[in-house]
Design a protein around this ligand. Structure first.
Ligand SMILES: [Fe+2]
Ligand SMILES: [Fe+2]
Length: 258
C-alpha cells in the first residue's frame, strides 16, 4: 500500500506514527513546533494543530510527558535547570554573571546577568528578553525583570559615553546592514529615558564578552545569589498560580493537549 502513497500521505503517516507512541496516547504538538520547522500546516492531520482530538479513540496525552525527565511534584528553579534547560545556555548565563561580579556590580545586577537569557536556554528564543522577564517577574525584584526585558532593545544601540559599543558578534551574526525593527527602536527610545536604563545596559556590557568555551562555571558559585534574589514559591514553580505559572507548567509539560 505504501508504494501507492503520495509524498504528503507518507509524511502524514510518519507523523501519525511518531505522535502515538506512548501508552496508546496521542501526543499533540502545538502549532509553534510546526512553524519552527518551516511548515505551515494548513492541512493538518488528525493529531496536528488545528485539530482538537475530538473523536480520537486512544485519547490524548494530558499531564506529564513520559519521554522527558521526570520532575518533582514541587519543582524549584534548580529542578528546571537540571531537567529542562539547555546546558550550553546555562554556561552563557553563568559566565555573564561571573563577569559582572569581576566588574564589581552590585548583587542585584549580578543576578540580572545570571537570568538575562533565561528564555533562550529555558523556553523560547524569539523576543527572548520579553519572555524571560515575564517568566521570572513574579519572583524577582522589579528592576531585574525590567532590565531583562529591555536588554532586548538596548543591546542594539551603542552608548560610547557609557562604554558600550554595538557587539562585533552581532555584525557577524546579523550582517552589516541589519537594522533593528521599529518596535525595538521605539522601545529603546523609552528605555533610554528610564531610571533603570543603566541596569539594562549593564546586562549588555557583561553579555557580549561572555562566550568562552574554555571557562566552566558552576551554579554553586551563585547559589547564594539565587537564594537571596529568586523567591521560590513553596508550592513549586508552575503550581503557584502566579502571573507566569503557566509558562513554567508549559515548560514542564510542553505537549499537554489543552
Ligand atoms: Fe539576550
Ligand atoms: Fe546574552
Amino acid at each position: 500500500m505504501a508504494g501507492n502513497m503520495t509524498l504528503s500521505e507518507k509524511l502524514d503517516e510518519n507523523e501519525e506514527q511518531k505522535l502515538r507512541e506512548f501508552e496508546n496516547k496521542i501526543v499533540t504538538k502545538s502549532l509553534l513546533y510546526y512553524l519552527a520547522e518551516g511548515e505551515h500546516p494548513i492541512y493538518s492531520n488528525s493529531s496536528g494543530p488545528g485539530n482538537f482530538g475530538h473523536g480520537a479513540t486512544n485519547g490524548l496525552l494530558m499531564g506529564e510527558d513520559p519521554r522527558l525527565p521526570k520532575m518533582p511534584e514541587k519543582p524549584t528553579f534548580t529542578d528546571f535547570l537540571r531537567y529542562r534547560f539547555t546546558i550550553g545556555g546555562q554556561q552563557h548565563l553563568l559566565q555573564s554573571a561571573r563577569l559582572a561580579k569581576m566588574n564589581g556590580l552590585p548583587e542585584k545586577l549580578i543576578f540580572a546577568c545570571l537570568m538575562h537569557d533565561i528564555a533562550i536556554c529555558g523556553f523560547i528564543r524569539s523576543d527572548h528578553g520579553y519572555w524571560g522577564a515575564q517568566m521570572i517577574a513574579p519572583y524577582v525584584d522589579e528592576e531585574v525583570s525590567w532590565a531583562i526585558k529591555m536588554h532586548q532593545c538596548v543591546r542594539f544601540f551603542s552608548d560610547p559615553s557609557n562604554n558600550y559599543e554595538y557587539p562585533e558578534s552581532y555584525t557577524k551574526m546579523f550582517g552589516v546592514d541589519y537594522q533593528p525593527e521599529p518596535y525595538i527602536v521605539a522601545e529603546y527610545e523609552s528605555a533610554k529615558k528610564h531610571k533603570w536604563y543603566m541596569s539594562a545596559l549593564e546586562i549588555c556590557k557583561n553579555d557580549q564578552y561572555a562566550f568562552d568555551p574554555n571557562i566552566l562555571v558552576n551554579w554553586e558559585e551563585f547559589e547564594d545569589v539565587v537564594g537571596r534574589n529568586f523567591k521560590q514559591p513553596p508550592e513549586g514553580l508552575g503550581n503557584d498560580n502566579s502571573p507566569s505559572a503557566h509558562i513554567w507548567r508549559t515548560l514542564r509539560r510542553p505537549c499537554n493537549a489543552l
